[in-house]
Design a protein around this ligand. Sequence first.
Ligand code: RAM
Length: 524
Amino acid sequence: MALISIIEDFHPLANEKLLSRAEELRPILRHTIREPIGGFRLKERYSPEKDEIVLHQLPHLSLGKGENLCLDFGEHLVGYLTLELSYTGSHPDAPAFLKLKFAETLGELSENSQEYDGWLSRSWIQEEYLHVDLLPGRLVLPRRYAFRYLKITMMDTSPKYKLLIKQAECRTESSADLSAVRALQSGDTQLDRIHAVSLKTLANCMQEEFEDGPKRDRRLWVGDLRLMALTNAVSFRHFDLVKRCLYLFGGSRFPDGRVSANVFTRPAVEADDTFLFDYALLYTVTLEEYLQDTNDSEALCDLYDIAMQQIEYALRQLDESGTVKEEAVKDCFIDWCEELDKTACATAVLLYALRYARRLARRKNDWSQANFLLQQYDSLRQAAMRRFWDEERQCFVSNSQVSAASQVWMTLADAGTPEQSGRAMRKALSLTEGPRMSTPYMHHYYVTALLRVGLREEAEEHLRHYWGSMLDAGADTFWECWDPEHPERSPYGGSVVNSYCHAWSCTPAYLIEKYLLETINKED
Ligand code: RAM
């Protein structure tokens, strides 16, 4: 399922007041300097087999034609690279022709990117070919990279000299201060580690905006923002960054007022011409949650109408059954999953957002709107139950498909009674066939739906299994896409463009702090 939307002559609606407020809220970036902790040589160009190299050998290791050297920085970093280069042998009589490959994971390092043939641009692959004319010399790369490993391949030199990497350093960048956040010390090693990696993932995605992934797309998306904001509230509490992002979305929108699925912020703020039905609704949810945390009356006043517009647009997308019509369902994201029928999910996300919109209206003392939203919620809920609840199977069915995603979103929307939701989630737990959830984004909502119906142990077990298996597979930060049974799965047609530090996977820290900690401590 390629997500490519191209609207000709797209001219987003700009709200200068909101954009200048967003600008005032631009955070200061923090920096640290990191050096490699060791290295290795890949035995063959694309083989995972390697010869380890200890740190003190690195500056003495020479690179001749065809040889490679991989530096391990010990943890996932986001920042800028500087290399101090030199040579052994005679004076260089030809440029050094280098290939640099930055990789977030070991697997990515040994992948042959030439084999990638997916629908997302290969320009996201972090590879550079460079000519270095002067040695010794310092090479400062202008681009920001997300990586733990750097593979340097000597594409060509001359028989007269070999290259030396005397020193390497990364100047990291983030608007989060990881050292200011308390690490979890529950005594449970797995949960402590999951919590730490969640926060590291979030920190590395916290730049001048909440980026979805510092490798790709390096951009602010609504669905990712919502989950980052939740985790931020129990950790960094950098609420001005959430506010900035809400203002950016509000400041550049579709001409009819809809919130775009993502915005570009450089060189200037501009909404992307991609609309996602569920993401626009999550804007309203995110605003209400931000206000719960901050009580920010300025944001309520500035963004209230925009949040309501998203709901009103969605309410205009109902068909004769009273549920979301197919054309609008097509704009729904939910998860990267081709086979998933999203019809029930689309209606459920609208129901879910209506609850938050009502809270917003009450917060604004807009009682007639609150009343209107309540009526809309009731009639949509009835329509949803009529169309999607299967009395015989005791679960939600979306165009004859039973999926975890439909049970999850209908449960989160409180579409049925608590008993019906409980049965739906038990059904979700027992599914062995049908569309498989593929992203931590969807798995987050799965865990919250289990918690909503009181399946606390199952929720914890799922969290441990899903995010824990990513750790077992070598994650330093959590990934964009992960199916433990299909580790190579990628929505893009090749895992080399997958992001391995992805914002929407940061929520275990939130889930642990908000729901699990109390009981874990009691069990101790
Ligand atoms: C991808 C990004 C982003 C997500 C969208 C729907 O390109 O991974 O995180 O929100 O898709």
